[in-house]
Design a protein. Structure first.
Lengths: 223, 224
């Protein structure tokens, strides 16, 4: 079965920004949103793990270390399904440009690193529409580490501490994020990511993304 | 072939009882539990939608009618996965008799009745093992409704009101649970569920279940 290749037939556009933590996704999302709004397009933003149904449960369960690899996968899949049905699809139907901070590629990378069978994870998300564009912000792990330490600090799950890779926080983060990067690398060509060097300046990255989006807009997919 | 189709090699014994509400599952399991404990067996009892992780969230979401067929399915899978990994699997490894009030088959029946793709749901649950004994208590929707709704109307999701089958909750219950039963009946051959008529007496059902379990335990060298 070919997975993750269901073209949607809605009026709107589905644009995804992927990348590991600290790769600059939210900054770029905000810039892209302003770029589109300046051209009078309706924009809807949805971030990973923000469903009204389940996001709070995930945060609490993570705080209390209650998750195993299977419940971790399934909770995120529940969050995704709720947002897809209640936010993303309705917006696409109404002709919005939907900008997503992470999509099922994130689940695929993280869950596989946590030891889940890749076919099992794909099945969880196979019903979801394929994005029109996927930008991937590619960052080497040492720069990621510096960024994360300088901003939010090393989180338990972001460091993959639940996996027991290493008792050393720094080492654990390095191993976990490197494994995630490897998974993203595997997906790049399979899913046609537009891979952008995340070490470029904010403006440079924004310009690359805007040019790609403009090409699609100019083709007249949205009136 | 997935785990749920294959005989497991764990030390313990897994028994589940399936059927729609009002079929008498918990009555039968309670009797079974007390009998097994009295016979000196180590028994663990686990119920559908009771995990610490998620059951309260699911109950609240149901109360507010927030669930689609897909999120309904996924949240119950979270509950099951949590109990499976924390309770069922460790207990089976340690040699317990695990009594499950509903198992993956509940999800297969209900979710399919809600129009969720059968294979999609079955794949989600393929981390779980096949029970040593899976009892299905067969009851028709009218009798089930008479038993559970003697003093209240059917609840939104148990009546399948989310599917808009009928504006009348009683009628909707009958149609929806009819679909669930249909799914269960198909699983009798698909998964080898042991079908028992739920309108038989409590005693006769219990006798039938004990007889089956006796044989299974004897096969594992456990003599009661």
């Amino acid at each position: 079965m070919k997975c993750f290749s269901k073209k949607h037939e809605y009026e709107g556009l589905l644009i995804v920004i992927e990348g590991t933590d600290g790769s600059g996704k939210s900054t770029q999302l905000e810039l892209l949103k302003r770029f589109l709004q300046a051209q009078s397009y309706g924009v809807m933003v949805s971030e990973w793990k923000t469903s009204r149904l389940i996001a709070g449960v995930i945060d609490e369960a993570k705080d209390r270390n209650l998750l195993n690899a299977t419940t971790y996968s399934l909770l995120y899949a529940s969050d995704f399904a709720d947002r897809l049905e209640n936010v993303i699809i309705p917006a696409l139907k109404s002709g919005f440009v939907v900008l997503l901070d992470r999509y099922y590629y994130t689940a695929l990378a993280r869950d596989v690193v946590r030891g889940q069978d890749i076919g099992w994870v794909k099945n969880l998300y196979e019903y979801a529409p394929e994005p029109d564009l996927v930008f991937y912000l590619d960052m080497p792990v040492d720069i990621l580490l510096k960024r994360i330490i300088g901003t939010t600090g090393l989180d338990f799950y972001e460091s993959g501490r639940d996996m027991g890779f290493s008792t050393d926080f720094y080492k654990s983060f390095q191993i976990y994020q490197q494994k995630c990067l490897d998974e993203y690398d595997n997906m790049k060509s399979e899913y046609g990511f537009i891979s952008i060097d995340g070490t470029k300046s904010i403006t440079e990255i924004a310009e690359i993304m805007q040019a790609e989006v403009q090409t699609i807009l100019d083709s007249g997919v949205i009136d | 072939m997935t785990k749920i189709n294959e005989k497991h090699n764990l030390k313990g014994t897994l028994v589940c009882v399936e059927g729609i509400d009002g079929a008498g599952k918990s009555t039968q399991l309670t009797l079974l539990r007390d009998w097994l404990r009295a016979a000196g067996q180590d028994v663990i009892y686990t119920e559908w939608n009771s995990s610490d992780l998620i059951s309260q969230t699911t109950k609240l979401a149901k109360k507010k009618n927030l669930l689609s067929p897909r999120t309904f399915s996924l949240l119950h899978a979270v509950d099951f996965a949590d109990r499976y990994k924390q309770i069922i699997a460790p207990a089976l490894k340690a040699g317990f008799i695990v009594l499950a009030d509903r198992y993956a088959y509940t999800a297969f029946a209900r979710d399919a009745a809600r129009g969720v793709d059968r294979n999609w749901v079955r794949k989600i649950y393929n981390f779980s093992v096949k029970p040593d004994l899976a009892i299905y208590l067969d009851i028709n929707p009218k009798i089930s409704m008479g038993r559970i709704c003697s003093n209240r109307a059917p609840k939104f999701y148990e009546a399948g009101m989310d599917l808009k089958l009928s504006p009348d909750p009683y009628e909707s219950y009958t149609i929806f649970q009819g679909r669930v039963i249909n799914e269960y009946q198909k699983m009798v051959s698909e998964y080898g569920l042991i079908q028992i008529d739920a309108t038989d007496s409590i005693h006769s059902k219990q006798t039938a279940i004990r007889e089956k379990l006796h044989g299974i335990l004897a096969g594992k060298g456990v003599v009661l």
